[in-house]
Design a protein around this ligand. Structure first.
Ligand SMILES: Cc1cc2nc3c(=O)[nH]c(=O)nc-3n(C[C@H](O)[C@H](O)[C@H](O)COP(=O)(O)O)c2cc1C
Length: 207
């Protein structure tokens, strides 16, 4: 069964503007692909393992071209489960608000856990890196209090970062729906959410 991994990085549940647009995308996607499994990973509810001195040492073992050994294997069990859940998904949907011009810390934590040498990227003989998650598509739905498509564009560290990190692991086919501005009046917010839902519906039924 094919699987869409929906990574949620807002704790606001029913209050979330981002999730209102994601819900529309998912509705259209599920109409088109009724046989797909929607696998929801809610990062505010998930207890992600910490990046402790020991778990981080595993990254350096892998960077040195070696396999995890001894008790490191046990320390990495949960990390490997998250890597596997990500890597075996067929389609990715990320729902994230902008927090301080970037992504919320729980999404960064998740990225720091899963982006690991040998699993999501590797070094080629010439020393350059190559992403290992290939041929897959990602849709990112963000919402922001302000407006970043105009003079404040350079403050948007969210879309460029997400394109860079997921491009690094091999996912270059990424579409963004940035819902903005959300915190500049109720009328504007409602209108922008409705506009974004139209785009999301069309994107979901063409995915
Ligand atoms: C901790 C925090 C930081 C925020 N930082 C920004 C910011 O840097 N720029 C911005 O435009 N909005 C910022 N916002 C506003 C949210 O991006 C905006 O309200 C968004 O629509 C919330 O999405 P949600 O309802 O899906 O959680 C911030 C909100 C919070 C809670």
């Amino acid at each position: 069964m094919k699987r869409l991994l929906h990574i949620i990085a807002t704790p606001r549940e029913e209050e979330s503007r981002t999730l209102q647009v994601s819900a529309t995308f998912l509705e259209a996607f599920q109409e088109k692909h009724p046989d797909w499994l929607i696998d929801e990973l809610d990062l505010s509810k998930e207890e992600l393992p910490p990046l402790s001195a020991k778990s981080v040492s595993g990254k350096y073992v892998l960077l040195g071209g070696k396999d995890l050994y001894g008790s490191l294997k046990e320390t990495w069990q949960e990390i490997l489960q998250h890597i596997d859940r990500f890597k075996t998904a067929d389609f990715f949907l990320i729902s994230t608000p902008m927090w301080n011009f970037h992504i919320p810390y729980m999404l960064k934590h998740y990225i720091d856990l899963i982006v690991q040498p040998k699993y999501l990227f590797h070094y080629k003989k010439d020393g350059t890196t190559e992403g290992l998650v290939v041929g897959k598509k990602m849709v990112v739905i963000t919402s922001r209090g302000g407006q970043y498509s105009g003079p404040l564009k350079s403050f948007d560290h969210q879309e460029p970062y997400l394109r860079a990190i997921f491009g690094f692991v091999g996912i270059s086919d990424i579409d963004f729906i940035n819902v903005e501005p959300m915190d500049m009046g109720e009328e504007t917010r409602k209108q922008k959410i409705a506009d974004a839902q139209k785009i999301a519906r069309s994107m979901g039924s063409n995915a």
